[in-house]
Design a protein around this ligand. Structure first.
Ligand code: UD1
Length: 371
């Protein structure tokens, strides 16, 4: 059974690591890891391979950044060549990024079985590039491995047959749980100069937040208010740093006395900071889930979430970019009235084992049917 796993960006690495390790425990499995190179800076890519002990990619297509449309097209050309040469029995894609959709489309066109891990999530906001990627990927993939019941419901409502939907849980949480102890032992908080439970962790990178100078300024104003009350650690995504520079806002951000603007951090350092934060403010998808499992209150700086279980069950509150709304929720958290929440079903550290079982069973079944 030859699996080809396609990854491209930071959050993909945390998702593919436990799946490859679970599949690796099965007999007769051959695995090839392909990195499109969508993320290429050492701090956005290499450091995750080191932290998570993932095998080096067998192939790095080195395609880099571009407009999303041409980036996706370039990936498809390269992946078509590769899949034709390698002849995988199954292509595994994770998440909702351009690399995910490109690989799913090429698999479908070549008639190769494609499995999408983290299927079924929907923000119902098609202005998000990720929502288009989710819709297209789920429409063409053969096996849809979902993290939560809402994802199953979304897929059923779109007419996906029940036999294609397999709820396995959240594979990214497998990685979190297996690395948490190691992360907590690191001297990250000392190095950054913060005390446990006495700082807010901030991340921003969505185009809707950082590519619009008005929204970005409004978020900066909110952070100015927050840092008067609690220290902030804010690792800057390259997209965000570039926009702050372009809009002449970097000086204003750097002038906040109680904010530590850092370079992007590795997986373990970032996990150490998340686990001990008083609160997290973010527009990331994965961080909404990680804070839910760690029991840390999270403010999602977007108008919607594709991960509603983090709101209904977990610690997440969707607040948008309005400073007043952000202030109201931060005030509650600092007063000790933050959301506590609980851990969603099947986010138990064994999702990738279940995913591997589904993949193997389906490949075996398929080969029996093909004679
Ligand atoms: C991508 C994903 C997003 C995911 C995020 C995680 C899509 C549509 N977006 O967004 O869903 O949440 O990754 O981080 O796939 N850049 C660098 N170095 C790098 C990578 C990027 O400097 O290693 C800069 C480039 O200027 C690039 C910009 O960041 O143009 C954006 O990168 P891109 O991969 O297009 O999207 P992200 O914003 O990272």
């Amino acid at each position: 059974m030859r699996f080809v796993h396609v990854v491209g960006v930071r959050p993909n690495f945390m998702k593919i690591a436990p799946i490859m390790s679970a599949l690796g425990r099965h007999m007769d499995v051959e695995q090839l890891l392909v990195h499109t190179g969508q993320h290429y800076d050492a701090r956005m890519s290499q450091v995750f391979f080191d932290d998570l002990d993932i095998p080096r990619p067998d192939v790095n297509l080195g395609l880099g950044s571009a407009q999303h449309e041409s980036q996706t097209g370039t990936m498809m050309v390269a992946l078509e060549r590769l899949f034709t040469e390698v002849q995988p029995d199954c292509v595994v894609v994770v998440g909702d990024v351009n690399s995910t959709m490109a690989a799913a489309l090429v698999s479908a066109k070549l008639g190769i079985m494609c499995a999408h891990v983290e299927a079924g999530l929907r923000s119902f906001d098609r202005s998000m590039p990720e929502e288009i990627n989710r819709l297209v990927t789920d429409r063409v993939a053969d096996l849809l491995l979902t993290p939560s019941a809402d994802a199953d419901e979304n897929l059923s409502a779109e007419g996906v047959p029940e036999t294609s939907i397999h709820r396995v849980g959240n594979v990214m949480i497998d990685t979190l749980l297996s690395h948490l102890d190691r992360a907590k032992q690191l001297p990250t908080l000392d190095a950054v100069g913060v005390e446990p439970g006495a700082y807010a962790l901030v991340t921003l990178h969505r185009p809707s937040n950082v590519d619009d100078p008005v929204v970005l300024q409004s978020l900066l104003a909110a952070l100015e208010w927050v840092q008067d009350r609690v220290a902030i650690v804010f690792p800057l995504h390259p997209r965000t740093r570039r926009r702050l520079e372009e809009f002449s806002l970097l000086e204003r951000a750097a002038a906040m006395p109680n904010v530590d603007l850092t370079e992007p951090l590795g997986y373990l350092d970032f996990l150490a900071l998340t686990a001990s934060a008083k609160l997290v403010l973010t527009d990331s998808g994965g961080l909404q889930e990680e804070t839910t499992v760690l029991g840390i209150p999270c403010l999602t700086l977007r108008s919607c979430t594709e991960r509603p279980v983090t709101v209904s069950v977990g610690t997440n509150t969707v607040v948008g970019s309005d400073p007043q709304r952000i202030q109201a929720v931060v005030r509650e958290i600092l007063a000790g009235r933050g959301k506590t929440g609980s851990v969603p079903e099947l986010w138990d550290g064994r999702a990738s084992q279940r995913a591997a079982d589904v993949l193997i069973d389906n490949l075996k079944h398929r080969s029996v049917h093909q004679g």
